[in-house]
Design a protein around this ligand. Structure first.
Ligand code: ZN
Length: 282
């Protein structure tokens, strides 16, 4: 009996041991709580990155810029999607050389759209570019796909394989605007899973020459377009300069990727100023 009592009292840890045990438990709980919090905030970020683009997003951004009296900016509608959403385009610059920049052909590649919209701010502060060029920019070519964060359009057609057939209203809208404004350069901005940007071009002498120049100047790999019907092939058929720019989905080196588009526009200007005399630009 006496032994039992002693045994019971020895099982109860003294207070100083309880406190010693409590400290690592609290520390562990705090660490665990932070891990869970980080995990959920990461999930939120991922969700944010993969969420679709709302119907009025492009219009609201453009109107926001207009309300800030951004010099030389105007926007209009070049056509409608399968579901009747407007396809907006904006123009900047009064120069002779027309450059058409398109983004968001694939609805699950929002970086192209964001980069095209951010380009407005960049151009508004760059008179050197706006005095020489007339930029026509379609930030979101596939609003139905973008709303659902889906590559193809509402009819399940890959718009970047529809440039020859023009079977979809979105592709028709782009090409009609193309024929109306007659650009000599087409830049089609996409987003890829790679951590590096990539330039894609078709096998005409103009585009391959420009792509090599941009590739060397910006240290970006350039690849030959494989699929017939892509915007790059369309540029080849129309005998103009055409490149597809793939922005990296995530890259610590390039941030949100927008800067790559700005650099390419600057390189394009350098290319035109160097090669203008030897190339047939009209
Ligand atoms: Zn794409």
């Amino acid at each position: 009996m006496h032994f039992f009592k002693v045994h019971l009292s020895s099982r109860k840890p003294p207070l100083k041991y309880s406190i010693k045990l409590l400290i690592p438990i609290i520390l562990l709980s705090v660490i665990l709580f932070n891990i869970i919090l980080y995990h959920y905030s990461l999930q939120e970020n991922i969700k944010e990155n993969v969420s679709g683009i709302e119907d009025d997003y492009v219009k609201n951004v453009l109107e926001g810029y207009i309300s800030r009296n951004m010099q030389g900016l105007s926007y209009n509608i070049c056509g409608y999607s399968v579901q009747g959403k407007p396809v907006y385009y904006y123009t900047m610059g009064k120069g002779e050389i027309c450059v058409l920049i398109i983004g968001g052909l694939h609805g699950d590649e929002p970086k192209g759209t964001y980069a095209c919209l951010e380009l407005i701010e960049y151009l508004s502060k760059n008179e050197n570019l706006t005095s020489k060029y007339n930029f026509i920019i379609i930030p979101l070519c596939n609003p139905d796909g973008a709303k659902e964060f889906k590559r193809r359009n509402y009819n399940n057609v890959d718009l970047n394989r529809d440039f020859y057939t023009k079977s979809q209203p979105e592709t028709s809208a782009i090409i009609n605007l193309f024929h109306k404004r007659k650009p000599i350069i087409l830049i089609d901005v996409h987003e890829s899973q790679d951590s590096m940007p990539i330039i894609i071009y078709a096998n005409n002498s103009k585009s391959s020459h420009l792509a090599s120049f941009i590739s060397l100047q910006n240290n970006i790999p350039a690849l030959l377009a494989a699929n017939v019907g892509q915007s790059a092939n369309f540029a080849e058929k129309e005998n103009i300069y055409g490149i597809i720019l793939e922005l990296p989905r995530s890259s610590w080196k390039y941030g949100n990727g927008t800067i790559i588009l700005f650099n390419i526009i600057e390189t394009l200007d350098l290319y035109i100023s160097k090669e203008y005399k030897t190339l047939s630009i009209n």
